[in-house]
Design a protein around this ligand. Structure first.
Ligand code: UTP
Length: 413
């Protein structure tokens, strides 16, 4: 028996994962190599630790929290509005601004083949989620006579398909040099019995490890140094699926700069008072997003002296970080959360099976956990009718049909 295989077997015995080699004898040589190398490169200790400990993460009690101030876009005076927009526009024109689109997710709820960014909105002509973002960047470039660098985070699962998609469409005329892809990391998926699963008889099923990996991925792929070489000072981060996204928003940028904040987030109002959605708050005096499900009734109606709710700001994954802030959080370990997801697997007979309901835990870090590393954050509440219509699944609230209606309404198409 070759020494790599022996090593791999020992690891699997130690961690009770011997089933991963059950089809080994039927594999060809190159498949055997892939599987053994994958086993040798997985940090089983870490996976086990995450499996046992990330379930208990995020306990939050009412005694730990205090409110976090926000600015409501609809209540900004005309003078202040113009002031912020001017500051934002002056900054954008200096070419110190970049955009990062986090597109490394697997889009499991939507369940389409291929990267979610390639999903087309059913308008005339059809537009992919990537093209929708690109259109807005092109408009900003034209308006301000600049060339905003566009960084796109992919994952092992979708990198090639994403790059090919851009190649086939000539980068939507954005300029190949202005679109920079970088790959995030993976972690194996785990089933309900704590076992890793196979995607193919020769391949352990892994998933991207959450959008919180963006900072480390930027560091490891020299994206931070690339940005520094371009004198970038402020970066906008978002997901790929909000068709009403404003990636270059002078108001948001100007407000953040005026208030001298290192990080910022857009929010929408939580209409459903008692929903368990996580809200912005200070936890142990640090800004963040808290799971208030155990005490939502106690905080949801609380208001400040102006009659504004204290704990009703929802996260929409739209953030600004200064380059210094990015550097700082690229060196910290963000906590992992457990997501329960549907993932295909190879069953004990060697047949590939697609489950009808969630079957696996996925370990993910979230970008918003980086907020805890700062003393303050600029929050800007926007109207979801104008700025938030993501595509998450076909059946839920955030579905393609709603996104199409909202897009047509907002952009008059
Ligand atoms: P979601 O959590 O909505 O994930 O990510 P998703 O991949 O789109 O869909 P589900 O949860 O599997 O159904 C919000 C944004 O964060 C990105 C996604 O691509 C999306 O733009 N993301 C998520 C990453 O870049 N990497 C990840 O590991 C996870």
């Amino acid at each position: 028996m070759d020494s790599s295989l022996r090593k791999a077997k020992n690891i699997l015995v130690k961690y009770n994962q011997e089933h991963l080699l059950q089809f080994y004898n039927s594999l060809n040589d190159s498949e055997k190599n892939i599987l053994v190398n994958q086993i040798l490169n997985i940090d089983f200790e870490k996976i086990l630790d995450l499996y046992n400990n990330s379930k208990i993460y995020n306990k939050c009690s009412i005694g730990m929290i205090s409110p976090l101030k926000h600015i409501n876009k609809s209540k900004i005076s005309k003078d202040d509005y113009n002031k912020y927009v001017t500051i934002g526009e002056n900054f954008i024109q200096k070419s110190r601004f970049a955009v990062v689109t986090m597109a490394g997710g697997q889009g499991t709820r939507l369940g389409i083949k291929g990267p979610k960014g390639t999903f087309e909105l059913d308008i005339l002509p059809k537009k992919s989620l990537f093209e929708i973002i690109c259109d807005k960047l092109k408009n900003a470039n034209l308006k301000y006579n600049i060339s905003i660098p566009w960084y796109i985070m992919t994952s092992t699962q979708n990198h090639e398909k994403t790059v090919n998609f851009f190649e086939e469409r000539n980068y939507f005329d954005y300029g190949k040099n202005n679109v920079i892809f970088f790959k995030q990391s993976n972690l194996p998926l785990i089933d309900l019995d704590g076992k890793l699963i196979l995607a193919e008889p020769y391949l352990i099923n892994e998933g991207s490890n959450g959008n919180g990996d963006v900072f480390k991925a930027m560091k490891n792929n020299n994206i931070i140094s690339d940005m520094k070489s371009k004198d970038i000072e402020l970066v906008f981060f978002s997901g790929v699926d909000n068709v009403l996204l404003k990636p270059v928003d002078p108001l948001f940028i100007g407000l953040t700069l005026y208030n001298n904040k290192e990080i910022a987030a857009k929010t929408i109002f939580k209409e459903n008072a008692n929903s368990k959605d996580w809200v912005f708050a200070r936890k142990n005096n640090k800004p963040g997003i808290i799971n208030c499900s155990d005490f939502v009734e106690e905080i949801t109606e609380l208001k400040d002296e102006n009659g504004d709710y204290l704990y009703r700001e929802l996260n929409i994954l739209e953030h600004l970080f200064t380059i210094k802030a990015i550097e700082k959080v690229s060196n910290v370990e963000l906590p992992y959360h457990l997501a329960f997801r549907k993932n295909p697997f190879v069953n004990y007979e060697g047949m590939k099976q697609v489950p009808e309901s969630p079957n696996t835990y996925k370990f993910e870090t979230f970008i918003f956990d980086a907020f805890n590393y700062f003393d303050d954050i600029q929050l800007l509440r926007v109207d979801d009718e104008e700025e938030f219509s993501p595509i998450k699944s076909f059946n839920g609230k955030y579905n393609p049909e709603r996104a199409k209606i909202m897009y047509k309404k907002c952009y008059n198409v």
